[in-house]
Design a binder for this molecule. Sequence first.
Ligand code: ADP
Length: 565
Amino acid sequence: MTIRAKVLLFAAVAVVLVCVMGLFLFGAARQGQRLRQQLVAIQEQIDGYTRLHSVAWPFLNQLAQARQAQMDTALVSQELARRVDLEMVRLADSSLRQGRDAGDMRTLEQERWEQREVRAALLRWSALAERRVNELPANVSVAPNVEWLLYSEFEQTVGQLIHEVQEEARYELELLEQRLDAGVFVGEWVALCFPVLCLVLVVFLVLAILTPLRHSLQGLTEAAERIGHGDFDVHTNVSSPDELGTLARAIDRMARELRESLEEKQRLSRAEAEASEREAARYHALLEDTVRTRTTELAEANTRLRDSLQQLQSTQEQLLSADRLASVGRLAAGVGHEINNPLAYILSNLRYVHQELGELTGAPSEEARQEMIAALAEASEGAERVRLIVQDLKTLSRPDEVALGPVNVADVVRSSAKMARHETRDKARLVEVCEGVPPVHANAARLGQVFLNLFINAAHAIAPGRVQDNEIRVHASLSAPGLVTVEVSDTGAGIPPEYLRRIFDPFFTTKPVGMGTGLGLSVCHRIITSLGGDIRVESAPGQGTRFFITLRVAEGSSGSTESAA
Ligand code: ADP
């Protein structure tokens, strides 16, 4: 049965119960009202008969009084008849209102017959009594014994009949009272039991509807919660034929389909996982092989690279040495020229002195002596110049001596300028403004090599022949506390921007083969940075080039940070 049918049944039962209760109450009320009417009517009959019974003595007294007063007794009889008829009308009316519904009650005809009997008996008795009174001798009043005799006859005839009728009425009254009591008793019990019965029935119906409903809902809720938690292995155990049963079957079917699809998915996932595991293992093995191969190749390449690096390092060392040798070689001609000059006049002066002394026979004249002294002094000066040049050469040719210490920038610049003179002299004026700066922390040979490279590069950038128009300028200054900056500028061709960021790279050169190695500035950069300094360049085509070399002031000198502080 569906829930709707159950609810409708419940409502129908409730309506039927209410209707039954209403009908019962209606019937009981009607019955009570009818019984009350019957009771009143019967009581009126009894009263009416009592009144009829009580007319005897007044009638006899009125007869006696009429006899004594010589009056017509027929008037008294007529008055009695009128009163009797009046009571009969009331009795008939009460009989009509009484109503009848039981077999043990008198019928209306019976009552009317009885009433007629009582009336007739009463009228007969009154006629008898009037006749007896009239039969008495004239002037004889009605004696009490006559009245008593007549009343006795009344009692034996009419009184007896009235008594019987009243007894029957009382019997009916008693019956009606019993019936009324029984009805009230039944009504009380019904009024008491019917609500209880209704309550029991309603509770039964509610339990009959709600218990399976709650059981079904509980089963559905549990199933829904388990499905919500991912447990699709559920069965609702709801087999009611109502809507909840339909819903439970739908949930069971849904859970079964979900379980099947989940199993299918898990099966597919497992298959995919196994496939991906196999693929991963294969890929792993492949990867291991590749890594192993690549590692071997890398190790071999590393070995080759290490060999190449060693070769490069040794080549670089050779090239650095070669660059130094090239610098020295390039200087050889100039240096030779420098030495050649003093050597020429040393030899010339020595020959002159030798000749003068050879030709001298006695003491030389003062003039000859002075000339010879001057020639020897010139020769000595020339020798000194040669010594200085050799000393400068020695400075450049001591590559491994890297002892650091205070270096006078002006001295190093001067020495380098001398060595580069054969390159610069037909190109530009070389101006040195290096005095007044404190000694820097450096190595003279290395620093000299840097300046020599810069001077030669500057000379290479300037076209020959216009010495007065061009200038190679060296300017040293205390750029910051503890720092000396040496600016080497020239009025040469300048450096194009695309070359500017590459000029410190090893082997970068724009010069023809034999003129440059591309190592000069890279060596300069290495030397300056190894001294803790910095080298940078500013240049533009046609506007010359300016190199800025910044070096730390030597410890303890007057311009050092500590000294400045
Ligand atoms: P190299 O002199 O042997 O070519 P460097 O390293 O000394 O090698 O110089 C690299 C390049 O920088 C030179 O070839 C030149 O093109 C450029 N260069 C260096 N100094 C100057 C300068 N003062 N003026 C113009 N170009 C310069």
